[in-house]
Each structure stands twice: as C-alpha cells, then as structure tokens.
Design a protein around this ligand. Structure first.
Ligand SMILES: Nc1nc2c(c(=O)[nH]1)N[C@H]1C(S)=C(S)[C@@H](COP(=O)(O)O)O[C@H]1N2
Ligand SMILES: [Mo]
Length: 222
C-alpha cells in the first residue's frame, strides 16, 4: 500500500526541528497585536519578502512524473488514485494569493495553477461522517485540516507558479496551496489525502505548532 512507499523522516534535520520546537515552547514570534483581514494586507508580526524562501525538513524528494500519484481515500464514496496524466486532465484553475509563513515572512501576489480541491472532492464524494483531512507527502511530512477548510473555494493542488512548473524545492510536482492559513498547512510533494472522522494532528502540530494556524489571530504555537 501507499504507506510503505513513503519514507519516514529519519533523514530529517533533527537540529532544525529541535530549534523550531523550542520556538514553539517559548511562544517565539508572537507579537500580541491584531490585524484585520478586511482592512490590512499584512498579518500581525509578519515581514513582507520579495523572493520566495524555501522551508522544509531538509529532504526534497525527487518525484518523477511517471511515479507521481495523488490518492484520495478514507471516508469517501469513490477512492481516487490519479497519475500525472489523470491529474492534469482535471479542470485547471489559476489563482493569485498572498502567502504567510509562521517564520514571519509573507509574500504577495503568487500566481498558482492547478486543480481545485473542490473539483477533486466532487469526484471523491466525502461520506457524511468525514470531518477532517490528513495529508501525507513524499518526504514523510504530514499536516491536518478540517474538511470544511480544505474544501473552501480557494484551496488548490498547484503544479505551476507564475506560469512555470512548480520547482522541486517548492513542492513540485504537486503541492497544496491553502492561502488563508500559515504555510506549514500547505504541504509540498503531496501524495495522499485521507478523509477522517477524527482529527489527526500532523508533523508540526504534534511538535507545538497550533492545530489551526490562522495568521490573522497569530495562531502560531500552542
Ligand atoms: N512535504 C512538506 N511540505 C511542507 C513542509 C515540509 O517540510 N515538507 N514545510 C512546510 C512549511 S513549515 C512551510 S513554511 C512551507 C514552505 O513552502 P516553501 O518552501 O515553498 O516556501 O511548506 C510547508 N510544506
Ligand atoms: Mo513554515
């Protein structure tokens, strides 16, 4: 099964993880101020950047398109296992969004192209008892979302950025883009989506990061 294909994070940069865990313990980067998404563009405590920083566990899997699979399973009426051609044959959408990382950078106006989660869920058809989602990546990274937020209108499996294929370092061939939450909730190199009845906290969520991650209320840690 797919589970066996996914390397665990034994090769991860343990030191980096410990540093971030410590930040979480210390509540670092919390500014205690508030911003209003209807009025402001930069969430509290964030700094605007022009380049696009790379953040991950230090392993950037090389996922050949021939080997790529995107699976949607768990509490769905129709299990899906898309290969690259199947993924690219789905309706393609473009969106421009700001992104916000918990390590304090934000970047405006990122143009992504890909498949909207809604279009995938229309095919998979979540069962009524499905309320949460767990996403698993080719580097072993995981994160969790509520099905409601995963299914919002501007959540995308992106394969291109600014009109060019998404670079491997940014999660190519395919990553999630969920702009309204901190970017750790947007997994790179995604391969599996599991719909669940109970929440299943992911890699950073069990290491002190907030379970939800709203940048506007600074849900960074805890
Ligand atoms: N598979 C995977 N996805 C991941 C991560 C990771 O380590 N592995 N890091 C997350 C974090 S903490 C952030 S901030 C963003 C960074 O995306 P970027 O490197 O494209 O800026 O990816 C998120 N998605
Ligand atoms: Mo991050």
């Amino acid at each position: 099964m797919a589970e066996d294909d996914i390397p665990l994070t034994g090769t991860v940069k343990d030191k980096l993880i410990r540093t971030k865990e410590r930040w979480a313990e210390e509540g670092r980067l919390l500014t205690g101020t508030h911003a209003d998404p209807t009025r402001d563009r930069l969430p509290p405590g964030q700094t605007l950047v022009k380049d696009w920083p790379v953040l991950d566990l230090g392993v950037q899997p090389d996922v050949a398109k021939e080997k790529f699979r995107l699976r949607v399973e768990g509490l769905v009426e129709n299990r899906i296992a898309l290969d690259w051609d199947g993924f690219m044959a789905l309706p393609q959408t473009e969106m421009v969004r700001d992104i916000h990382c918990v390590t304090q950078w934000s970047r405006y106006d990122n143009r992504f192209t890909g498949v909207m989660v809604r279009d995938l869920l229309d095919i998979a058809r979540p069962k009524p008892e499905a309320r949460f989602v767990s996403l698993t990546c080719y580097d072993g990274y995981t994160t969790n979302l509520t099905l409601d937020e995963f299914a919002e209108a501007d959540v995308m499996f992106a394969h291109a950025w600014e009109g060019a294929p998404l670079a491997r370092q940014h999660g190519g061939p395919v990553r999630l883009v969920l702009p309204k939450l901190y970017f750790w909730k947007s997994p790179k190199w995604v391969t599996r989506v599991e719909l669940l009845a109970e929440d299943r906290p992911g890699f950073w969520e069990v290491r002190g990061y907030h379970n939800h991650g709203d940048p506007w209320t600074e849900e960074r840690y805890g």
